[in-house]
Design a protein around this ligand. Structure first.
Ligand code: V0D
Length: 259
């Protein structure tokens, strides 16, 4: 069955031989916070001779699928890298299309997300987003702010070095104006100035599409995170891929530098 599955997907996967079930996973520790770099949408489209935007659109549907499953598994937070500060360099038509996706996503799925108690958030520089994109997201954040299920956190116009520099500037300002003492700057305080705020550090990072790098994503927060990479392109990512990633995570012993 898995062989057939691989053949259909047409991409080699660092998969365990057996197919993993939800029940298998629920016997082990569920990662509290999963972060995903959703790469390979353009490549998926190219393979099919479709425009890049078709890949982005397909990728959007996968966001819905994976959010639902993560919530069902009891994952507390899912951070998805949707748009980096570097992505503005893409052709204007592609950027304009991408900026319509939050609205389409929320128009289609927000009622379901509300029903499932999902809380929508974003992290990144919101000031540069088009008004229509910003308004749609703000409405969803407001509507879901008291929800107690999964936190669905979109990294949008996000870059980690800028996030860290902004934190340093804020801390420096507060030291300067006397509201903060320099010797009270510790890891906990520093973390509270980052965009992840009250979210705990990710336990598991997934990157699709075979690229093995961080690309300026959550540099501080990923200090002790387990990494899982796959050749699967984001539009092909599915529930079984997530189960495989969590299964691998459960097989690893995390020691945070101890023995
Ligand atoms: C394209 C694959 C959902 C990655 C997923 C603006 C690239 C689909 C959202 C979304 C994108 C963002 C905020 C929100 C609700 C939904 C999204 C972008 C790209 C960049 F509140 N998918 N998605 N945003 N893609």
């Amino acid at each position: 069955m898995l062989k057939l599955f691989r053949k259909l997907k047409g991409s080699p996967q660092p998969f365990n031989e057996k197919e993993i079930s939800k029940e298998d996973i629920l016997k082990g520790e569920i990662p509290n916070h999963i972060a995903i770099i959703m790469d390979g949408n353009g490549r998926w489209a190219k393979k099919r001779a479709l425009p890049r935007i078709a890949g982005h659109h397909e990728g959007m549907k996968v966001v819905r699928k994976i959010t639902k499953q993560a919530n069902e598994l009891g994952v507390k937070a899912l951070t998805l890298y949707a748009f980096s500060t570097e992505n503005w360099k893409r052709p204007k038509t592609e950027v304009d299309y991408l900026m319509k996706l939050p609205e389409e996503f929320l128009n289609t799925y927000l009622p379901e997300l509300v029903k499932e108690n999902v809380q929508v958030r974003i992290m990144g520089d919101k000031s540069k987003l088009p008004k229509h994109t910003f308004n749609a997201i703000e409405k969803a954040i407001k509507e879901t702010k008291n929800n107690k299920g999964l936190v669905l956190n979109f990294a949008l116009n996000y870059g980690s070095r800028t996030e860290i520099i902004t934190a340093v500037q804020e801390i420096a300002k507060n030291v300067e104006n006397g509201s903060l003492e320099s010797n009270s700057i510790d890891e906990t305080l520093f973390s509270s100035y980052l965009m992840t705020q009250s979210l705990r550090d990710p336990d598991l990072l997934i990157r699709t599409s075979g690229e093995i790098r961080l690309s300026n994503f959550m540099l501080w927060q990923l200090a002790y995170t387990e990494f899982w990479f796959t050749e699967v392109l984001w539009p092909d990512f599915n529930e079984q891929c997530l189960l495989q990633a969590i299964y691998t995570y459960q097989q690893r012993g995390r020691r945070f530098g101890g023995i």
